[in-house]
Design a protein around this ligand. Sequence first.
Ligand code: PBG
Length: 332
Amino acid sequence: MRPTQAPYPLTRLRRTRRSSAIRSLVAQNSLSPADFIWPVFVREGNDVQEPVPSMPGVMRRSVDRVVEAAREAHDLGIPAICLFPYTDAANRTEDCAEAWNPDNLSNRATRAIKDAVPDIAIMTDVALDPYSDTGHDGFVRDGEIVNDETVAALVRQALSQADAGVDIIGPSDMMDGRIGAIRDALEQQGHHDVLLLSYAAKYASAFYGPFRDAVGASGALKGDKKTYQMDPANSDEALRCVARDLNEGADMVMVKPGMPYLDICRRVKDAFGAPTYAYQVSGEYAMIQAAAAQGWIDGDRAMAESLMAFKRAGCDGILTYFAPQMARALQS
Ligand code: PBG
């Protein structure tokens, strides 16, 4: 539907751009701290905060420091924090058993945050890559990433996270059938209110590079993830993934990466009207930070513009490493 439009000079489109007051009156989208989920990296130790070199401004934090970060996020009006463990090498094994250890790093951080900052929502990641010696999200058998055996392990991982008290479980592994299997298990165990935010349309992307450094998986990863993550050439397949995951019991869905896949965000939102999120991934963050550090772009403006793009594309929220920085900018 295109509204009729009087010809120039009856219509001058510049009229609605002429002052900041008028521009804000006609603005169709806005950003708020309530739009953000903040991904944070957790490591062992006490009172440690260690920079991730490929993600300037991002830290790996010990549990006590993650609790501080959660408090800061809550004070800024950020509703949710997403935990990613940086697992010690000794806990990366072929059977990935650390993934469902009730006392693993992610579960300890969950309990500590729930104690100290009960009102912030906690999201965790379901996938085997932080715990495997191969860097893959699933078990590798004879060179293949096996689906069904992996799903059984993901269910154990998800249940241990629910037992620790997380609000939102984010399966990021791209195995088939995992949403249904996790949903069934959660229902059976009485975890009726735990949300599933499915990484439904997750692409095999070069933009995850800095994240794999941050969680210590880059060295280990042999090969690529193309047999389970999506081909960047495809768009219809993303809709099939989302439809499948919603049918299996996902409450919210994600498109990942973000900026190169805004067309997918829009298609998903239009087709399903479900709560839809984009992940502005590590490589997107690193590019903006690197160019800003060189003085080649204005970092604050590029941050705000990149995040607004997700709202314009129909997303209800964004997972972004910029969450606290953008929330602070919105306050000032
Ligand atoms: C692992 C996982 C990845 C990210 C989130 N969960 C990496 C991967 O699939 O290799 C990427 C996040 C980012 O790049 O910021 N299952």
